[in-house]
Design a protein around this ligand. Structure first.
Ligand code: UD2
Length: 317
């Protein structure tokens, strides 16, 4: 049994990772439940839940003094780009300061430690047009969210290179799957679509607002493949001080996505077309060859991932 710390472990990606790890390991989850939910966790003897924020310096210091971790997955963040634009100071505390502080605590207290894995975002690439995005592509962060992710990512790698804190980082493309919270208009587009389908299934009225012409595309990656990526990065000896794109390496347009989901559900999605969002990126997808070199094989095409996601939702009802 290894000891894991998953910050943001009750959130979308964090809870999927925690539930997976807890089958065979001890997992400490720190989450302030601002976006995450307790019910996302399969609470078992192997999960120790601490309600608190990663910006609580005393809480985190005590935790790091008290426990020896083998691995830390830092997933806690204010995930909304829109929130970072509205409240840059508050989001900076969570998305940057907390990371910096955790690195210092790791350096100071974690002596037998194996790896710190930081979750960054494809947002760091901004609107520069070269595709697919390689880890060394132009970085053009356009929002406080993206700047914080990039700066934190760089500190993580520098702590590996200069201070012997074993650390790596990943840049998530568009992650989808069970437990993604659809509550904000800026939630992941798939979670919003699924919420609409869920309502339609229950004979409720629901319409999906499509911003733009639907030809914009994204690299949608199923959360199971993201977990595969996180574990590979945490455990490979080739990944120290490195950053990796996490996607499936394919772009899917929103119109195609809608068709895939309609086919799975056998229901048509009523669509309201609106102007494209300001600053919306037309196309984005990852070059995943660097991650493939350490053994990553995405197992789910968008259609396969959506099938599993829909089966999960149907089982839940
Ligand atoms: C993703 C990330 C964001 C940031 C950004 C960097 C998510 C949820 N967001 O934004 O945090 O990292 O990448 O580039 O992972 N759309 C609709 N209707 C809706 C919602 C969205 O048409 O109700 C469109 C939206 O305008 C965009 C596409 O769907 O063209 C994808 O939107 P998204 O918010 O899921 O993801 P993205 O790539 O814009």
């Amino acid at each position: 049994m290894a000891n894991y710390l998953v910050t943001g472990g009750a959130g979308f990606i964090g809870s999927n990772l925690t539930n997976f790890l807890a089958k065979e390991n001890h997992v400490v989850v720190v989450d302030d439940l601002s976006m995450g939910k307790m019910e996302n966790l399969d609470l078992s003897a192997n999960i120790e839940f601490i309600k608190g924020s990663v910006i609580d310096v005393t809480l985190m210091r005590n935790l790091f003094k008290e426990k020896e971790f083998d691995y830390i997955f830092h997933l806690a963040a204010i995930a909304s780009v829109a929130d970072s634009v509205k409240n840059p100071v508050q989001t900076h505390q969570v998305n940057f300061d907390a990371v910096f502080h955790l690195l210092e605590l790791t350096k100071k207290y974690q002596k037998m430690f194996k790896r710190f894995v930081f979750s960054s975002s494809a947002a760091v690439y901004g609107d520069e047009g070269t595709l697919p995005k390689q880890e060394e592509s132009v970085i053009r962060p356009l929002t406080p969210y993206a700047i914080d992710k990039f700066a934190a990512e760089k500190f993580v790698l520098v702590y590996n290179n200069l201070y012997e804190v074993p650390a790596s980082a990943v840049r998530f493309f568009n992650v989808y799957g069970p437990k993604q919270n659809p509550s904000s208009p800026y939630s992941g587009v798939i979670s919003i679509m699924m919420d609409c389908f869920d309502k339609l299934k229950g004979n409720l009225d629901a319409k999906f607002t499509l911003f733009g012409d639907g030809q914009q595309s994204r690299d949608f990656v199923f959360v199971e493949d993201v977990i595969q990526a996180l574990l590979l990065v945490a455990k490979s000896s080739a990944t120290f001080g490195e950053v990796y794109n996490v996607g499936i390496g394919q772009a899917t347009t929103l119109l195609k996505l809608i068709r895939i989901i309609e086919n799975h559900f056998g229901i048509k999605l009523p669509i309201i077309y609106k102007e494209a969002r300001l600053g919306d990126i037309k196309e984005s997808f990852a070059d995943i060859s660097k991650l493939q070199e350490v053994g990553y094989k995405p197992k789910n095409t968008v259609s396969e991932g959506m099938k599993k996601y829909i089966e999960y939702l149907q089982k839940r009802v």
